[in-house]
Design a protein around this ligand. Sequence first.
Ligand SMILES: Cc1cc2nc3c(=O)[nH]c(=O)nc-3n(C[C@H](O)[C@H](O)[C@H](O)COP(=O)(O)OP(=O)(O)OC[C@H]3O[C@@H](n4cnc5c(N)ncnc54)[C@H](O)[C@@H]3O)c2cc1C
Length: 475
Amino acid sequence: MVGAGSAGSVVARRLVDAGAAVTLLEAGGEDVNPAIHDPARAGELWHGPEDWDLYTVPQEHAAGRRLHLPRGRVLGGSHALNAMIWVRGAPADYDGWGLPGWTWADVEPMFARIEKDLLEVVPNEPLHPVQQSIVDACVAAGLPLNPDCNSGTLDGVSVERITLRGGRRFNTWHAYGSPVAARMTVHTGALVHRLRFSGSRVTGVVVSLGGVLQELSADLVVLAAGALASPAILLRSGVGPADELRALGLDVVADLPGVGRNLHDHLLSPVIFSTTREVVPAPGRPVTQVHWFWRSRDGLAVPDTQPICFSVPMYEPWMSGPPTGFSLMAGMVTPESRGSVKLSGPSPDDELLIDLAALSAPADFESLVASVQQCLEVGRAPALAGEWGARPRYPAPGTDVREYVRRTAITYHHQVGTCRMGTGPDAVVDPRLAVHGLDGLVVADASVLPRVTTGNTNAPAVLVGEQAARFLTGN
Ligand SMILES: Cc1cc2nc3c(=O)[nH]c(=O)nc-3n(C[C@H](O)[C@H](O)[C@H](O)COP(=O)(O)OP(=O)(O)OC[C@H]3O[C@@H](n4cnc5c(N)ncnc54)[C@H](O)[C@@H]3O)c2cc1C
């Protein structure tokens, strides 16, 4: 097992339960940082030792900026850094993939089981008073109140569902991996460089363990290193677009043109309000508790926007303002833009070239612009403008919103698609998650999603973990 993140922890647990001898290799360390466990402190983890701290290449359609992409480098992976929000997605997402075993009818009962089995998914309550006012403002602006966005209907404003237990973060490492850690071999500080092969059969990995390069053997390798690292490991191993690999001096083991392609992500743009009434922080509570889904135009199969609401001003480094306030982060969740993950060289030390192609598709841009405008409108509702004295600080009145969106779009942290599941020429894994053309290799993480779901991607990543385990164990 490569990677102890959202999906990897699940696969490892299920394989241990099935009696397999599992070695779990995690590049990061133990999850000892208190900020991981305190839901109010997740923001402190960015740029720290538990963050891979990746950046995109300059984004042409987002004012040429390099976007920070935090990713978890610790037991628990990105589920140790994330906001813990649990969104299954829309039935049309899964049905739209057109893959056997992955329709909504297939996955809906699996989600229901996951949420009650080892993991715990609970409403993000009690609401901070400003979050309750945001709900009221949304309703006043004409949005329906949706009691549960995981019911199959996303539209409307909802209290988030989160993975929390006893007031502490409860991620898949805590729920699945840690309880059986003594029954497997867990290596932290284990950076996997590449796969080993005998012909087209994968026989193990080359891994740096405590700084020493070693070769480990395995009957089966499961890559669960996430949407940015899993394709990178494949490419370094000679699995990917043949011309691209040869140009880097790598021997081609399997010509799979889809590896590292089809990268896509959701995007946010901050809409930040100052208030005349102080927004007093609630210690121990998440700073985001409410989100909403909305269709910015007619004819869409699913909502194209999902703003997420914070009880703090989410200033970018170049912004300034009072320390209290709130943010309605406008969000675009139906990206048409497609980018890529490429190597700049054959070593894990060589920088990854990550191109989200952010806002390159006009529809993505229009959705995010519409979402910013709607967030501004919600902020004008009496529940916020009246009760809290809310005034937009970013974008300030008179700002060209279209230009603002290009200048401020940031990741929603939902990268997927780089080891796309399917059967066509660009597919990397088949619908049972086995890599095309190779034996003994499975990819089980968010990279396999052929098209991102409508909403946050942790729940789909956990689903991928459970599906992989089911395919491998037959249970
Ligand atoms: C800041 C942030 C906030 C987010 N908020 C939410 C949210 O609230 N709700 C939601 O649904 N989604 C959220 N997401 C997204 C969600 O967390 C991810 O989609 C999900 O965790 C992906 O799971 P994964 O198993 O694919 O990868 P990960 O959980 O990232 O796991 C990959 C693991 O592999 C390890 N690894 C990588 N390379 C190597 C290597 N070479 N050798 C060994 N190990 C390696 C990593 O260290 C990591 O532990 C957020 C993400 C971030 C970063």
